[in-house]
Design a binder for this molecule. Structure first.
Ligand SMILES: C[S@@+](CC[C@H](N)C(=O)[O-])C[C@H]1O[C@@H](n2cnc3c(N)ncnc32)[C@H](O)[C@@H]1O
Length: 310
């Protein structure tokens, strides 16, 4: 049988005309068609099978469900047939109720998504969101970063350095622990990050040429420095004119055990201390804000300070 005859025969049925008219409005699953048309599942599946055989509709599997839609790539003649079928469906007595039921189903679909988000509104950042993570946000933000030369001072094993190296021109990770530098360098090699270089050194006198980097990062490192103000003067020296310093550190706290538990020298910093030291080191456009607070005691807060070398 020619495809023309097959298509005509497939559409020569009131139920299939109704299905074509419904699928013109939206992609629908068998269950949804069942609910709209008030017909049994096997009948609907048989009709859909016939329409799919002539390539008038296309199935799409999603999990356990199959959704159907009109074939957007149908040839011009098949499209004409479908338009005729849709016109014919409008003359059927069931057309009115099909339209009303379709509207209800589509409304319910939209509501299902909204119910969840309405429930979590106000605590969205604290509930689990599939696929949502700070790591993913980090990668997104990296994409908008220009290709900078970065110095990560007190870099540890290079958690942040590695992420930055995927985007930046060069990252120099400085740490004063020999073992950490050896471990970080081996990991960078293993991960093929040729533009990430580990150097052993002190963040108060980093082994980096003067005026050579675009960005200095001190992430949870400044509170280990003997003299934080001197560390910021050193950061300013290695920065190019208008280069940026970014500090992530703990806001001043009184959890004394941090010295023993984490080897901290300073119990965080006040915003005013950071401001004073940055300005004292010649930085301009100083911006400081608290960006995170931990849920668990002692409720450490993270302060982010950024400034430009004037
Ligand atoms: C809390 S870790 C932070 C690591 C990394 N920046 C991060 O945010 O994950 C502090 C790191 O600073 C290093 N460090 C401590 N004092 C330092 C100093 N005076 N000069 C350079 N690195 C130092 C430690 O060896 C450690 O790896």
């Amino acid at each position: 049988m020619t495809s023309t005859l097959k298509s005509l025969r497939a559409l020569a049925d009131a139920t299939r005309l109704r299905i074509a008219a419904l699928l013109e409005k939206d992609e629908l699953s068998v269950n949804e068609l069942q609910e709209i048309m008030r017909l049994g599942q096997s009948r609907i599946s048989t009709h859909l099978g016939l329409l799919a055989d002539c390539d008038l509709v296309r199935p799409r599997r999603e999990g356990k469900r199959t959704f159907y839609k009109l074939n957007p790539q149908a040839d011009p003649m098949a499209r004409d047939f479908i338009q005729l079928a849709i016109r014919g469906a409008k003359e059927l007595p069931e057309h009115g109720s099909d339209e009303i039921n379709l509207r209800r189903i589509l409304h319910r679909r939209r509501e299902q998504a909204q119910v969840f988000f309405n429930q979590v509104a106000g605590r969205f950042d604290r509930v689990y969101g599939p696929g949502r993570s700070w790591q993913a946000f980090g990668h997104l933000l990296l994409r908008i970063l220009p290709p900078l030369v970065v110095a990560d001072l007190g870099a540890g094993e290079g958690l942040l350095s590695e992420l930055l190296a995927r985007r930046c021109k060069k990252v120099i990770a400085v740490d004063n622990s020999e073992r950490i530098v050896a471990f970080g360098a081996a990991k960078a090699r293993k991960n093929g990050l040729k533009n990430l270089e580990f150097r052993l050194g002190d963040l108060q006198s980093p082994p980096i040429e003067a005026s050579s980097v675009d960005l200095v990062i001190l992430s949870q490192a400044l509170h280990h420095a003997e003299d934080p103000a001197a560390a910021l003067v050193a950061a300013s020296k290695i920065l190019r004119l208008h280069g940026q310093v970014m500090i992530l550190d703990l806001l001043q706290h009184n959890f004394e055990d941090a010295r023993k538990l984490y080897g901290d020298r300073w119990l965080g910093f006040s915003e005013s201390d950071l401001q004073r030291w940055l300005e004292g080191a010649g930085f301009k456009k100083v911006e400081i804000s608290v960006v995170a607070r931990e849920e668990q005691p002692p409720h450490f807060q993270t302060v982010l300070a950024g400034a430009e070398r004037g």
